[in-house]
Design a protein around this ligand. Structure first.
Ligand SMILES: [Zn+2]
Length: 228
C-alpha cells in the first residue's frame, strides 16, 4: 500500500530528511529544497515499518481507555487470556462472579459500580490464592525471606517492597499471564537485596529469571487493558 504524506521542502535544510506523524495520523516529510521525489519516496518506504507501528499504537490508544461496561460479551483478562462475560441477574442465586471454564458469569443487579465491585472481589480472591503460594516458592528458591505478602487494590503499581521487606501485590496482576505474575514476584523479592533499580538489581533479576524484560514489556503494553 502506498503511504500518503504531505511534503514540506525547506531551503534551510541541508541534507537530512525527516518524517513526523501527528496525533491525528497525518504524515509529514521534511526535505531539503532540491531533494528528488524518488529519493523522498525511498526514504518513506524505508520508514514503513516504523510508520505502521506508530499508526497501530495510535489506533490502540484511541480505542483502549474505554471503561468497562460489564455487559454480556465484554471480555476480561484472567491469567493472560481473554474470556467473555455472561451478565445475568437471578435474585434467587448467589450474587457475584464465577468462572466457568471458558467464560465469566456475573450474577448481579444491572448497576455498573456493583458489577465492578464483584469483579474486583473475584480477582482479589484469586490473587490471595495464587500470589502468596508463588511468593513462597520463589522465596525458597532465591533464599529471600519477605516479612509478609499482602494483596492490594493498587491501580498504578503491580508490586512493591517496603523498607522492612513487606511485599505488596495488586490484585490486577491476576489478569496477567502466570509467567508475568512470577516476574513481578521475583522483582519485588529481589528488592530485599537491592532497594533500587540499579544495574546490579537488574542483573540479579535477569539471573533469577532470564525472560524478565519480555514480561516487563508485556505489562507495559497491556497496562491499559488490565483495568476494571
Ligand atoms: Zn522495583
Amino acid at each position: 500500500m502506498e503511504i500518503k504524506y504531505s511534503l514540506k521542502r525547506s531551503r534551510k535544510r541541508k541534507k537530512t530528511l525527516s518524517l513526523q506523524i501527528s496525533s491525528n495520523a497525518d504524515i509529514t516529510v521534511y526535505a531539503p529544497y532540491f531533494t528528488p521525489v524518488a529519493e523522498i519516496d525511498r526514504f518513506v518506504e524505508e520508514k514503513r515499518k516504523w510508520i505502521d507501528r506508530t499508526l497501530r499504537s495510535q489506533a490502540r490508544q484511541i480505542v483502549l481507555p474505554q471503561e468497562k461496561t460489564y455487559e454480556t460479551g465484554e471480555e476480561f483478562y484472567y491469567l493472560g487470556r481473554l474470556y467473555p462475560l455472561e451478565a445475568v441477574f437471578d435474585p434467587l442465586e448467589n450474587t457475584g462472579v464465577s468462572f466457568r471454564v471458558d467464560r465469566f458469569v456475573l450474577n448481579c443487579p444491572d448497576k455498573r459500580e456493583m458489577k465492578k465491585y464483584y469483579f474486583a472481589l473475584w480477582y482479589q480472591q484469586k490473587a490471595k490464592e495464587h500470589i502468596p503460594v508463588r511468593a513462597e516458592h520463589f522465596s525458597r528458591e532465591l533464599n529471600l525471606q519477605p516479612r509478609g505478602v499482602r494483596i492490594t487494590s493498587a491501580r498504578s503499581r503491580w508490586g512493591s517492597c517496603s523498607q522492612d521487606n513487606s511485599l505488596a501485590f495488586s490484585f490486577r496482576l491476576m489478569m496477567a499471564p502466570p509467567q508475568v505474575i512470577d516476574y513481578v514476584i521475583v522483582h519485588e523479592l529481589m528488592h530485599i537485596r537491592q532497594k533500587n533499580h540499579s544495574s546490579k538489581f537488574w542483573r540479579l533479576v535477569i539471573e533469577a529469571m532470564p525472560d524478565s524484560f519480555a514480561h516487563r514489556r508485556w505489562l507495559r503494553e497491556h497496562q491499559d487493558m488490565l483495568k476494571l
